[in-house]
Design a protein around this ligand. Structure first.
Ligand code: ADE
Ligand code: ZN
Length: 330
């Protein structure tokens, strides 16, 4: 068996960012919206750099206008994940794109997404949990509205709260109120840091937002004392190697710090972030890590184990997913 065929746990994937370009074009045509400018000649998404990526990403989300659109999107995305043998996935959902941050609208969108997830669990065996996510460059006030959406729907399906977007907007601590709201609702926390921001952004996310996981966090490698602190505290990094290479955070996979972080005792996991934007799949992430770092099945088993421990789900779900990871030859 190739490592690419192994079962996988994914903790960091944005549902809008996982929208296949052909799906976006189809919806655009149905709704008569012109988004032709965001595609390259081969039909893939086209962007120049991170800022431009965020612009293209948000342009693509314009086609997602109803709960039914998200129902179809969720099915399409989970089908793709299941094809990579992902057995458990946590997906970031932005209430800003699902009803503009309004709680009533968000409930309708979330209902459609949860229905699609339940169907895909029955049909393909993939388990999904949702992490409502603030968009950082929309600012701290909007993040509070997002946290309210998350609070109101916290439960078996909505298990976490997160923040993505442009790290250049303010500081992590500016969003502490929203994260406090989510924590009080019993939600587990993660924030994008140390992707474009330096090691101090990772420190701030841990200190000011009290997150259990960091989205990316790879620039922690620039500060050896921080790496040690993260390892000791058991903070989990949601590392997305293909994303980091495609967006230019790292020059190549060979120069990516994931193996070094792991060697130094940091709990690392592997995810795709926004797969079609980066020509990535979980299958490809596993395959590339195996080729470049020589990781074998046992290494990927350990990654899955770390990810399952760090998953924002209840223990009954964790046990059910653990069974899906069991292999006859393990
Ligand atoms: N939203 C979707 N993908 C993102 C990324 N890589 N960084 C920050 N925000 C994002
Ligand atoms: Zn992300």
């Amino acid at each position: 068996m190739s490592v690419a065929d192994l079962p996988k746990i994914e903790l960091h994937m944005h549902i809008e960012g996982a929208m296949p370009p052909a799906f976006a074009r189809g919806l655009a045509q149905e709704k008569k919206i012109d988004i032709s400018g965001i595609f390259a000649g081969d039909g893939s998404y086209r962007y120049r750099d991170f800022r431009d990526f965020l612009r293209v990403y948000e342009a693509a989300t314009q086609v997602l206008q109803t709960p039914q659109d998200y129902y179809r999107l969720t099915r399409a995305v989970l089908e793709e994940s299941a094809a990579s043998n992902v057995v458990y996935t946590e997906s970031f959902l932005a209430p800003d794109f699902c009803g503009g941050g309004d709680v009533t609208a968000w409930r309708d969108y979330l209902g459609a997404i949860e229905q699609a997830a339940a169907e895909m669990e029955r049909e393909a065996g993939i388990v999904m949990r949702a992490i409502p996510t603030a968009v950082r460059h929309f600012g701290p006030e909007q993040a509070k509205r997002t946290a309210r959406c998350a609070q109101e729907t916290a439960g078996r399906f909505v298990t976490g709260f997160g923040m993505g977007g442009d790290e250049a907007m303010g500081r992590q601590g500016d969003f502490a109120y929203a994260f406090d709201m989510a924590r009080e609702a019993g939600l587990r926390l993660t924030s994008h840091a140390g992707e474009w921001g330096g090691p101090e952004s990772v420190r701030e996310a841990i200190r000011d937002l009290r997150v259990a996981r960091i989205g990316h966090g790879v620039r922690a490698i620039e500060d050896p004392a921080l790496v040690e602190e993260i390892a000791e505290a058991g903070i989990v990094l949601e590392v997305c190697p293909g994303s980091n290479v495609a967006l230019g955070v790292c020059r190549s996979l060979a120069r990516h710090p994931i193996a070094d972080l792991r060697r130094r005792g940091v709990k690392v996991t592997v995810s795709t972030d926004d797969p079609p934007f980066f020509h990535s799949t979980m299958r490809r992430e596993f395959n590339d890590l195996s080729e470049v770092f020589g990781w074998e099945a046992g290494d990927f088993d350990a990654l899955n184990e770390t990810a399952l421990e760090a998953a924002f789900c209840d223990d009954a779900t964790r046990e059910a997913v653990a069974k899906k990871l069991e292999r006859d030859d393990a």
